[in-house]
Design a protein around this ligand. Structure first.
Ligand SMILES: *Cc1c(COP(=O)(O)O)cnc(C)c1O
Length: 433
């Protein structure tokens, strides 16, 4: 079989919370002024109560409300594919599986948390959500999700992407969101940059600062983050929980689980339900690999310490691998992987040696993307292509050693809004940074 499909009735009804299974607790986020753990009251100015609770809950399973399952069923369960054509092309004895998160209407895994966050804001009486977006994937996921719960959505979009990537903006506007190029004159954080240069290209960090400022200064508005936080990773575990059932249908348990890491949410979403088995001692040999760009090598080159989540310094201090909150990665086409930090859960697992990490250059990633598109048919998002590249490398190692490893990776999204990057690659114009 090439495609393992489970029915709508089999969508998992609970998310898996990894926090109680971690061998040691996460260091708490700190208030930058007092250097003491952030009070829940402070978080409640930004996030609604149910999400603040999920951030720290020690329950291993969290029920998924009916209203969320109902929206999930528009595209979930997502298929698990066996990449048979790719295996044949590589002439590898390895078995390659991928979970296809590209089938959601916004085209990535991101609506798994966007829908949940929109729901919990709705039941908490929130009328408006603000957020930031780089290339537009997260903004479009939230624009999509807020539709179903009657919440207004305002997206601060990094100006350079606003100009260069109009189609994701149009997608967000099609779903009814308001999209503002950042830095903007709307907020104090934005004005500082905007007044010096109204054409300032912007950065994800500045856009985050603008969105948070608006949420803290308006009573009816909260902020929504698409990765990094514990509750985001919790919602994404639906990916791995489905994949586990589908791998059972296929009759295999993976030897290697692979995902691309920007903030860590699609990687964790696929891998945490498998890592849980490893933490419980049931699968000691399971290999879990995070893949990042050499242009933004957070795990492979960063330091494990407290740092701000944004550029300006509005967020709490978070213990994570970081390249420094003022690190500005070179422009690469995998915009979703250009974050200076990583999810604290992913960082803890990396620090304790439960997962490993590897970094790849842009060109070799696009070469892998092309192989995948030409064998499996789906054009991967440049972010997802990092996972494709590692899966291919492991499969080629197996060809050398004769091992029949079972490889599972996350195809976190499709690349149909990234065709200008593909065009540059095909013309030979794409550079390593
Ligand atoms: C945003 C995005 C990523 C990176 O974000 P994570 O939180 O690390 O998952 C990866 N792939 C796609 C397709 C994305 O849209």
């Amino acid at each position: 079989m090439r495609r393992y499909v489970i029915s709508e009735a089999e969508i998992p009804k609970r998310w898996l919370n990894i926090l109680p299974l971690l061998p040691e607790p996460l260091e708490p986020p700190l208030d930058p002024e007092t250097k003491k753990p952030v009070s829940p009251e402070k978080l409640l100015t930004i996030f609604p109560e149910p999400l603040v609770e999920q951030e720290v809950t020690d329950k291993e399973w969290v029920d998924i409300p009916e209203e969320i399952l109902d929206v999930y069923s528009l595209w979930r369960p997502t298929p698990l594919h066996r990449a048979k054509n790719l295996e044949e092309f590589l002439k590898t004895p390895a078995k390659i599986f991928y979970k296809n998160e590209s089938v959601s209407p916004p085209g990535s895994h991101k609506p798994n948390t966007a829908v949940a966050q929109a729901y919990y804001n709705k039941i908490s009486g929130v009328k408006r959500l603000t957020t930031e977006t780089g290339a537009g994937q997260w903004g479009s996921a939230l624009a999509f999700a807020t539709r179903f719960f009657g919440i207004e959505c305002r997206v601060y979009m990094v100006r350079v992407s606003y100009r260069q990537k109009p189609y994701r903006r149009v997608l967000m506007e099609t779903w009814g969101a308001q999209v503002i190029p950042s830095p903007s004159p709307n907020t104090e954080a934005g004005r500082k940059f905007y007044e010096k240069d109204p054409e300032h290209p912007g950065s994800l960090g500045i856009a985050i600062s603008e969105a948070i400022e608006e949420a803290t200064t308006r009573e009816d508005t909260k902020y929504s983050l698409g990765s990094v936080l514990n509750h985001v990773l919790l919602h994404q575990t639906i990916i791995g929980l489905e994949a586990k059932r589908q791998m059972e249908m296929a009759g295999y348990y993976p030897d290697v689980v692979i995902g691309a890491v920007g903030g860590g949410s699609n990687f964790a979403g696929l891998s945490l339900p498998f890592i849980a088995d490893k933490l419980k001692g049931e699968k000691p040999d399971l290999e879990v690999i995070a893949v990042e760009p050499t242009a933004c090598p957070t795990l492979t080159r960063g330091e494990y310490r407290y740092d701000f989540g944004d550029t300006v310094g509005l967020t709490p201090l978070i213990k994570m691998y970081t390249l420094g909150h003022d690190f500005v990665p070179p422009p690469i086409h995998a915009g979703g992987l250009r974050y200076h930090g990583d999810a604290p859960i992913v960082c803890k697992l990396y620090d304790l040696g439960y997962i490993s990490a590897v970094a790849y250059n842009q060109k070799e990633v696009f070469e892998a993307a092309l192989v995948f598109a030409r064998t499996e048919g789906i054009v991967p998002a440049p972010e997802s292509a990092h996972a494709v590249k590692k899966a291919i490398d492991v499969a080629l190692e197996c060809k050398e050693t004769g091992e029949e490893k079972v490889i599972l990776f996350n195809l976190s999204g499709h690349g149909y809004f990234d065709l200008s990057a593909y065009e540059r690659f095909l013309k030979g114009e794409l550079e390593d940074t």
